[in-house]
Design a protein around this ligand. Sequence first.
Ligand code: ADP
Ligand code: GN1
Ligand code: MG
Length: 369
Amino acid sequence: MNNNHETMMEAAGAFAVKGQVETCEPYGSGHINSTFLLVCRDGAEEYRYILQQMNHQVFKDIEGLMKNVKGVTSFLRRQIVENQGDPDRETLNLVPTKDGRDYYIDSQGNFWRVYLFIADATCYNLVKKPEDFYQSGKAFGRFQCLLADFPADQLTETIPDFHNTPARFETFAKAVEEDVMGRAAQVEKEICFIQEREKEMGLALNLKQEGKLPVRVSHNDTKLNNIMIDDATGQALCIIDLDTIMPGFSIFDYGDSIRFGANTAEEDEKDLTKVSLSLPLFEIYTKGFLEGSEGRLTETEIGLLPYGAKMMTLECGMRFLTDYLQGDVYFHVSREGHNLDRCRTQLALVADMEEKWSDMERIVKTYQG
Ligand code: ADP
Ligand code: GN1
Ligand code: MG
C-alpha cells in the first residue's frame, strides 16, 4: 500500500462530501486499514468523515468486500428505521464517490472508501466502565440476531479460512520452519506453548462437520474498539469494521470480544504481570451476549463459549507470532517487537484462562437460562 499525502488528497477529492476538504489526519488504532479523519468546511459549517484506505494485500477482493459492506449496512439501515432508530449513527453509512460508486481507486492503484463520521461516540481499547462491556456484549449478541435473516449466500468470503484455527496453525508451523527473519530461536518458549495446544484447535470445525455447531453470519472481529459507545447515553451505538462479516461461529464472535475486552491489560502491554482474565468482566459480557442473543444460541454453542474465548486468544497470539516470524508484514506495527509483545499478552491470557477454566464454565452455566 502506498499512502502518501498526494494520493490521500486525490482520494479525498473523489468523494461526494459536503464543502471543501480542510484537513485529513490519521485516526484510530486499527491494525489493518489506514484510517483518516477528513474534515470539510462550507462557510461556518464543518462536516466530518472517515476516509479509509482499504488494505488490499489483506483483502484481495475489494469489490466483493464492498458489496458485503453495502449489503449489510443497507440491510441494517432498514431495520434501524423500522425500529425508529437513527440510521446515520447506528450503522456505518458509505458516502459515494462523485461518480456514484462505493469506493475509489487512486492513480497508484489503492482502494479508498468514505463513511459518515459518527460523532459523540468512542471506541475503547480498554474497558473503562464494566457497563460499557456489558453493552457491547448485548450489541454483538443482538447483531448476530439481526443478521440471522441476511442471505448468507450473497456474502463474499473476504478472507478465506479467517477463523480456521488448524489452517492458521499450518501457516504458523511453516513460518517457524522457514524462519525468514532468523527470529525463531529467540521465541522458542512461545512456539512450544502454541504447539502444545495444537490438538485443541480443530474442535469447532469438527463439530460443524458433525452438524453439531451451526454456521451463522457473524462479524468475526468483535474487539471492543470495533464498537462505538455513545458518549451521552453510555449505550452501544454502532458496530463498525464490517470487513470480515462472513459465515462463521457465534462462539468466535463471543470469544474475540473476551480476548480483547476481558483482558486486564491492553493487547500490546509489555508488562505481562498486568495481563489476566477479569472474571467480573467475563461475567458481565457473557450476561450481555446471551441477553442480546435472545435465546437463539443452541445448548452446544453456549457450552462452548469458554472454548471460543480461549481459541480466539490462542489463534490471535499465534497470528501475531506468525507475523513476527515473517517480518511484520500483516498487522500494522509501531515499534520493534510489537507483534511479539502482542503475542505474549495473548499467550499469557490463554494460560490464565486455563487456570480459571472451572470459573469460566460455572459463570456461563449461570446465564444459560
Ligand atoms: P481497521 O480495520 O484498521 O481496524 P476500523 O474500520 O476499525 O479499521 O477503523 C479504525 C478506527 O477508526 C476505529 O477503531 C474507530 O476509532 C474509527 N472509526 C471507523 N469508522 C468510524 C466512523 N464511521 N465514525 C467514527 N470513527 C470511526
Ligand atoms: C485486526 O482490523 P482490526 O484492527 O480491527 C484483525 C483481527 C485481529 C485484530 C487483533 C482483518 O483487527 O482479526 O483479531 O487485528 N483483522 C484482520 O487486534 O485480520
Ligand atoms: Mg477495527
